[in-house]
Write a protein of this length. Structure first.
Lengths: 572, 323, 311
């Protein structure tokens, strides 16, 4: 009897569960408003400027890149101060899984948070009408700080439909200051190689490989690897971009832009490309190239860089941070390990080419921070942004609190004491809020300076950089007669469209890039690993595979875009 | 124990519903209301959660733009399908998918069944339990971690090369993952390694349900170990094998995604790129959901055809069938 | 009955000792299985070793079976997350509730479609089987869940995957495989479908139900995609696997931020690396579920005493 009732009940449990779920779902979702109920009063007016006395409000922010822990900004030291000043708190959520899935469902269900950093999903969100138009706020005297920071970029920020949807991240305020470190592209070489050769000046790729070869010949028993390259997944561009840099161009993505005609040309399949792959082919024939470069994953690549066996590689500094950190730590603990660290070199094809490794003053159009159509109180968010962009707030976000995380010396220069630097481990940075407010917000671009000439970002401040140098660092830098690594490199020429990869591409262009990438994935290993006498025929296959794609259409599209940016930039 | 809900057995109920007409059908339904109650609510659930979302197939005939309503989309007819079928890479991906599925099917089945049989022959219960527990451990390691281990193992300085060099079988290290033709083999070994223990569980369960008296009877007849395996154990688990086989034949266009994606690279792309990867690269990553759905529909059609064929073959052979 | 079985087993063992073929088989069998154990234990031991090794040291590679630089830092990093406790609770809940409901309901439906006389048998069977091969796709599924107001609820973990056709078919084929006379006998005894299901089918099918429980339990425990898709903003409903994914995600991100961090002077920015965190989370997530196995194991390692149930 009991059993029977059990069955009868279970059979309908499902129906009940559904109903229940539906109800509780409603309750849940209504208790999860984008702005907490207390915010409703502060909604309509933007007239009151005494923000401190206003109701507290929490906005939801979604950042579509892997990032920090999900926090409430007011749980950090800096965020707490900002909340006291403005009454605004943000609940931040970062992407965990696949971007296309998350943005796809968000857009399909119109389940936007209040503010969204869409990363790669930007085109999709804008096309779907997910962002509000920011135009009225950019050049508005009510928001003097927004006006100051973004006003000059208004033209560039305008989308094809004449509206502005995002606050980009890379705008430079006041004077430009360069990064003393090399976090972007460079040819790297083990420091002991340079020391062994008595700090030679290396300019061309031939000199670079010759030095590596000589070193290996002098150390035959160490089982050394001459050159290695990174090919894993999306990081493949660290391999394909090389000929572009060797030819004296900065990282504009798939294209190099002619400085006279402003025409965008693909460099894959060009003579530059051929020269580089032939060079690697020769290197491989000599047994100096690491063959497994084409099958290794990123972890294996990093493991190789820390194995002390790899003498040279090309990569972007930020991509090998993990390896350099290990090597740096080892060298700090034991200076005799210093020779295994890597030194950046601005290598080019020929003596007469001026290197352009350092990023020009750039503007990335397709990354930014937008306010969604679901935002309950956009004005309040705009006010908060205006507050963020104040100079004092920028100091707070980047330098912290005077006496705690930075000091001002007698000349008015901002710097840090060794003691302060020592306490700044990952946990400290998180709890203080430095990592929470570092990139995903409207901010003064990393190359900006304060009105008194100090760098906005501590890492860019020469004094802080000098503090970071070890004795060995100083020895190397002075051997080359420079004060920072960046000084080894030529100054960047102005390129208003830079970086061309930051120009949002339409579906056809994205498809082209996917196809082109696959052709390269398939042929580049063959080009490098084949016997030298086979190189020519594989090269021809490679070029004909590339030519099957609509290169002309892509170049035409890109040229138009570059020239449009030029026009916009000159229009200011 | 008499109760209206408690039916008398309806053992002779293979009633001819066709001739009986609707009335008869409903009368039978009423008679079997216990069974109806035990299954129909779940069919309703099924329709809601599994069949209702099939409206999404419509978007394969559109150029679906996220954020616009379903009916505001641009209709493009069979454009997405044409894009798929006109792309030689798609056919290559299809070939790779089928080959790897087939490897998966054959190797997966034989190894799992063999393992179950071998485990069943162990009379040392402790050892048996230990082997079983350990052999299924790799299942709990994500493919990312597992692929990392495979890559380190197969690296030029990895243990496989080391071993082959020591044995003098090769002169230079081999770049295992760089030889396209070997990818399928590496894939096959990897999936067996990762899931053989896990896959064997179902057969162990099937063996456990074999009536012990059958073994006793076989022993009476003087059957040895192998004869019992052949005449009692295997026939005992055969229905399960057949059903799983049919189900998996329907999955011939699903060869998984992660191992191919993680172990694949430019050098083995011609052999590793399957439909999943193709759809990811040229559909989802470009936010082209229409293409992804079109590929999904193509798969469904092929799967259902394969399923029907497999099932009717099973029926001809008088085997257990799926439906 | 049970006694008789032990007796025969003992007899069997005795007889086997005679044959040479058997001895060869026995040896080969043990060797093969030991080899298998070595190969399948390795990845786990390797992961364990990496999880206890200093993260910065691990990225140099070369960790195999034993840590080079012992540390508990990776575990500290994972368990430091305040959310882990609640997430584990949710994981346990979804695993237990999900498994119990799934197994029970699947067995029930499986029983109905194993009855040859059931008029809807073919319809129900095909309706379920087809779902193995049709899929509306990501967005329609998401919109459905959204329309049903399941987003932000616990039930989104249970309802959409309640009955898998695969499990259903497996259970059915086991029921069909039961000796005919048992089910027939129960019918002749006058038992209805409920009684047959509860008193005959459920107890007799313990091995397959244990198997399906294992499949479902592991699937529930390991799921994080549904959390990602539906409940990522509802922290109180987050699961262990999702929290671990998050930790992995920010361990990945922390590496690439080197230049923007205030302390540009520092070398080792984060003490953890994705490689170490992946290993640690593998252990943290899999050990609890692996522990369950021995408890289920007895249901399919030893044969069933069918007679025992009949009495």
């Amino acid at each position: 009897m009991v059993r029977r009732w059990l069955v009868a009940m279970t059979a309908v449990v499902m129906v009940f569960a559904l109903v229940l779920a539906a109800c509780s779902g409603k309750k849940e979702s209504s208790s999860q408003p984008s702005a907490s109920p207390s915010a409703s009063t502060g909604g309509q007016s933007s007239s009151s400027d005494q923000s401190g006395s206003r109701d507290k409000v929490t906005f939801r922010m979604f950042v579509a890149v892997q990032g920090e822990k999900d926090v409430n900004t007011n749980e950090t030291v800096i965020g707490k101060i900002l909340e006291e000043q403005t009454g605004v708190n943000f609940r931040i959520e970062h992407l965990v899984g696949d971007l296309q899935t998350k943005i796809g469902t968000m857009v399909a269900g119109k389940d936007y948070p209040d503010v969204l950093v869409p990363d790669d999903g930007i085109e999709t969100v804008i096309k779907a009408g997910g962002f509000i138009d920011l135009t009225p706020y950019i050049d508005n005297d009510k928001y003097p700080n927004i006006k100051k920071v973004y006003g000059p970029y208004k033209n560039l920020m305008t989308w094809d439909d004449g509206k502005i949807y995002i606050f980009p991240f890379s705008v430079v305020v006041n004077d430009y200051i360069g990064d003393p470190n090399i976090n972007q592209g460079a040819f790297w070489i083990q420091r002991r190689v340079l020391e062994w050769a008595n700090f030679p000046k290396i300019k061309t790729v031939d000199q670079y490989f010759q030095l590596i070869e000589d070193f290996i010949n002098a150390h035959p028993n160490e089982d050394l690897i001459g050159f290695i390259t990174l090919t894993d997944g999306w990081r493949f561009f660290a391999t394909t971009n090389v000929p572009n840099h060797l030819a004296g161009y900065p990282n504009d993505g798939e294209v190099m832009v002619d400085m006279n005609t402003f025409e965008a040309r693909i460099y894959a399949g060009t003579e530059w490309d051929k020269r580089w792959w032939q060079k690697l082919n020769e290197l491989n024939a000599k047994g100096l190239f690491y063959k497994a470069s084409f099958t290794d994953n990123y972890d294996q690549y990093i493991a190789n860089l820390t194995s002390h066996k790899v003498l040279g590689f090309f990569d972007y500094g930020w991509q090998v941070g993990n390896a350099t950190a290990v090597l740096n730590d080892a060298a700090r603990a034991d200076p005799s390990q210093d020779g295994y660290r890597y030194f950046p070199l601005p290598v080019v094809f020929d003596e007469n080419i001026k290197d352009q490794y350092l990023d020009p003053i750039g503007y990335v159009a397709n990354r930014g921070f937008g306010i969604t159509v679901n935002a309950k109180d956009p004005e309040r968010i705009i006010e908060f942004i205006d507050h963020l962009l104040k100079e004092e707030t920028q100091i707070l976000l980047n330098w912290g609190i005077e006496g705690e995380t930075y000091i001002r010396d007698s000349n008015g220069r901002l710097t840090r004491t060794q003691e302060m630097i020592d306490k700044m481990d990952q946990k400290f940075l998180e709890e203080y809020g430095f990592t929470v407010f570092d990139w995903d917000w409207p901010h003064w671009g990393s190359n900006s300076t304060l009105s008194d000439g100090n760098a906005v970002i501590p890492g860019m401040q020469p004094e802080v950089f000098q503090l970071s140098l070890t004795d060995a660092d100083k020895k190397f830098l002075s051997a080359y007669g420079v004060k920072s690594y960046a000084e080894l490199f030529a100054d960047p020429d102005p390129r208003p469209w830079f970086p061309a990869w930051g120009i949002p591409r339409d579906e056809e262009r994205q498809l082209f890039e996917a196809l082109k990438g696959d052709v390269q994935r398939e042929y580049l290993p063959k080009l490098v690993l084949s016997k030298p006498e086979e190189f020519e025929s594989i090269w021809n296959q490679y070029v004909s595979a590339l030519n099957r794609l609509d290169i002309a259409g892509y170049e035409k599209w890109y040229t138009e875009k570059v020239q449009a940016v030029m026009a916009k930039a000159q229009g200011q | 124990m008499e109760h209206p809900l408690m039916l008398k057995p309806t053992s002779a109920a293979t009633v001819d519903t066709k001739t009986g007409g609707l009335k008869r059908f409903f009368r039978l339904l009423w008679k079997q209301r216990a069974l109806v109650l035990m299954s129909v609510p779940f069919v309703l659930w099924l329709f809601l959660f599994r069949y209702v979302p099939l409206w999404g197939w419509i978007i394969s005939f559109q150029d679906y733009q996220l954020g616009k309503g379903l009916w505001d989309q641009e209709w493009v007819g069979f454009k997405q399908f044409e894009a798929l079928f006109n792309e030689p890479r798609f056919w290559r991906a299809l070939r790779n998918t089928i080959v790897m599925s087939f490897i998966n099917l054959v190797l997966g089945f034989t190894t799992a069944i063999t393992l179950a049989l071998l485990l069943n022959e162990l009379r040392q219960i402790v050892f048996k339990r230990v082997v079983q527990t350990i052999s299924y451990l790799p299942h709990f390691i994500s493919w990312v971690v597992a692929a990392g281990i495979i890559q380190v193992t197969l690296a030029p300085d990895g243990i496989v090369n080391e071993l082959l060099l020591r044995l003098g079988l090769i002169k230079d290290e081999l770049l295992f993952l760089g030889i396209g033709e070997w990818f399928w083999g590496i894939y096959g070994v990897s999936i067996v390694w990762k899931d053989v223990g896990w896959n064997a569980i179902i057969y162990l369960a099937a063996i456990a349900m074999i009536d012990p008296s059958l073994y006793e009877a076989a022993e009476m007849d003087g059957a040895n170990r192998f004869r019992k395996m052949w005449h009692v154990t295997l026939p005992g688990i055969r229905p399960v094998i057949v059903v799983l086989l049919i189900l998996n034949i329907g999955y011939l266009l699903e060869s998984g995604f992660e191992p191919q994606f993680l172990l694949g690279n430019g050098m083995n792309m011609r052999y590793s790129e399957n439909i999943d990867i193709f759809v990811l690269k040229y559909g989802i990553q470009l936010f082209n959901f229409s293409l992804a759905v079109a590929a999904g529909m193509f798969r469904t059609v092929v799967s259902v055809i394969l399923l029907v064929i497999a099932n009717s073959i099973a029926r001809r052979l008088n085997e257990t069938r799926l439906y | 009955m049970a006694e008789a079985a032990t007796v025969t087993r003992r007899k069997r063992r005795h007889r086997f000792r005679m044959s040479l073929g058997d001895q060869i088989f026995e040896t080969c069998n043990y060797l093969a299985l030991i080899l298998l154990m070595v190969v399948t234990l390795y990845p786990f031991l390797n992961t364990l070793a990496v999880s206890f090794n200093d993260a910065q040291d691990s990225i140099r590679g070369g960790i195999y079976l034993w840590p080079r630089k012992w540390t508990l830092e990776n575990y500290r990093f994972v368990f430091e997350e305040a959310s882990i406790l609640n997430a584990t609770l949710i994981s346990v809940l979804r695993t237990v509730i999900g498994t119990v409901l799934t197994v029970f309901f699947s067995a029930m439906v499986a029983y109905t479609i194993s009855r040859p006389e059931y008029v809807l048998r073919k319809f129900v069977t095909i309706a379920f089987i087809l779902t193995l091969y049709v899929n509306g796709g990501l967005i329609p599924n998401y919109l459905l869940i959204r329309e049903l107001n399941l987003i932000g609820t616990f039930w989104v973990y249970i309802l959409p995957g309640l009955i898998g056709a695969f499990n259903l078919i497996i259970i059915r084929s086991f029921i069909e495989n039961l000796p005919d006379n048992i089910l027939e006998a129960s019918k002749i005894d006058g038992a209805g479908d409920y009684r047959t299901f509860f008193h005959i089918v459920l107890p007799l099918c313990t091995p397959v139900l244990a198997t399906v429980s294992l499949f479902t339990g592991v699937w529930q425990w390991n799921s994080w995609f549904d959390v990602f898709l539906y409940n990522s903003s509802y922290e109180h409903l987050s699961t262990l696997q999702y929290e671990l994914q998050k930790i992995l995600s920010f361990s990945q991100a922390s590496i690439q931020r080197v230049d923007f961090n205030a302390a540009a002077a520092q070398g080792g920015i984060g003490q953890v690396t994705p490689y170490a965190i992946r290993a640690t989370m593998t252990i943290v997530a899999s050990v609890p579920i692996i522990m369950v196995y021995p408890f289920l194991q007895k249901y399919f390692v030893q044969g069933m005493m069918i007679g025992g149930v009949k009495e």
